[in-house]
Design a protein. Structure first.
Lengths: 268, 109
């Protein structure tokens, strides 16, 4: 059964990972712009990163029969200096014209600071001005619940954003209902320690249903698993879930949300 | 609860049969971790009062209260309950539990 991993940082992964994902059924990935594990020293560093995402990585993925799409933004971990962040934001419109860019992301909050929130609001406005889909990063661990609420409030304050064109990612047991109840899409990230395990993701699907919900690996340079999506599908199969709901959560739902961009051309 | 609720297709007996051994091991990991903390050299006075361990012990108590939504309630124990943005980010990382003594996330990055 084919699947889409709608959130994975392939620039941090090897070609072996691409091969294993293809063998497991992956036919498309989307890669949000995020922190590289260190702070870039100049806006030019972001220009190079955005070029990597929009030019080099699709070619690398294509060698394994995987379609590669991406999202462009300045991430919240590098948004604490508003002056620096605004120099990066000025680069974004040029990249939004690239053929594999699906929208603005992953914007959001990290430590829920005032400056992070200011830059989040400015990028929400940028997405609205350019009629872009939005992919949102919610904070880690103890910061997630508060940050998710601040993010929802910020998007609602903008007034020009259709919640159906926003996916709020990294939801867990204490945030998924907030996100879905406000009409947004929700993503569950499958991490071994710090987010959802495949088992807990399956529990959340059983509790809240499979509408407007997807799963992703968010595989990156840290402790993560690029095969987390097929492992979650296996977990659901092990419990006796039917192929219809497994396909819905790992292929149909991401395809429906991402298909709101005409650039996303993965066939059913 | 949501409108659409595809609950777990397994029976309770099947769920226990499938997952018991795995979670027995995880329970022993928690017990051994608490023993390890007790056995560790008390090189400072913070160990027992560490805000993370206070939250951890409060969370463990929820496992046996026979009320629903244990995972959500435990997530909330570890969460920052405040509502306003903090003045500035003190670090990039997270520590796993909110520190009520500082009002924000203190400690090492």
């Amino acid at each position: 059964m084919k699947y889409i991993d709608p959130h994975i940082h392939m620039v941090s992964r090897t070609t072996d990972d691409y091969q294993r994902m293809a063998l497991a059924g992956c036919i498309a990935v989307t890669e949000p712009a995020f922190w590289a594990g260190f702070d870039r020293s100049s806006p030019q560093g972001f220009f190079d990163y955005f070029t990597l995402l929009t030019d080099s990585e699709p070619k690398r993925a294509a060698q394994f029969g995987i379609d590669h799409y991406c999202w462009i933004c300045i991430n919240p971990k590098e948004s604490e200096d508003p002056g620096f962040a605004r120099e990066v934001i000025a680069l974004i419109p040029e990249f939004l014209k690239k053929p594999t860019v699906l929208g603005v992301g992953e914007i959001g909050l990290n430590k829920n600071s005032r400056n992070e929130l200011t830059i989040l609001e400015e990028q929400i406005a940028l997405a609205a001005a350019h009629d872009q889909l939005i992919l949102v990063h919610t904070p880690h661990l103890e910061d997630k619940l508060k940050g998710t609420k601040l993010i929802i409030d910020a998007i609602k304050r903008n007034g020009d954003i259709d919640p159906g064109r926003v996916l709020i990612d990294h939801v867990e047991e204490h945030t998924v209902k907030h996100v879905l109840d406000h009409g947004f899409w929700a993503g569950m990230t499958l991490y071994p320690d710090t987010k959802c395990t495949p088992q807990r993701a399956a529990d959340i699907i059983e509790t809240y249903g499979a509408e407007r919900l997807w799963i992703n690996s968010a595989g990156d340079w840290g402790v993560s698993d690029p095969l987390a999506v097929p492992k979650c599908r296996l977990e659901m199969k092990r419990r006796g879930h039917g192929e219809d709901i497994i396909k819905k959560i790992s292929f149909d739902n991401p395809r429906t949300f991402l298909g709101q961009s005409q650039r996303f051309t993965v066939d059913a | 609860m949501p409108d659409t609720q595809p609950s777990c297709p397994l029976t309770q007996q099947e769920t226990i049969d499938l997952y018991f051994m795995e979670h027995r091991a995880k329970l022993l990991d928690i017990a051994a971790f608490l023993d390890r903390v007790d056995r560790s050299n008390p090189d400072n006075s913070k160990g027992a009062d560490d805000f993370r361990m206070k939250a951890f012990r409060a969370a463990v108590a929820h496992l046996t209260d026979n009320a629903p939504d244990r995972a959500r309630r435990i997530q909330e124990i570890f969460s920052d309950p405040t509502t306003d943005p903090i003045p500035a980010a003190p670090m990039k990382g997270a520590l796993g539990a909110w520190d009520p003594a500082t009002g924000q996330q203190g400690g090492k990055p």
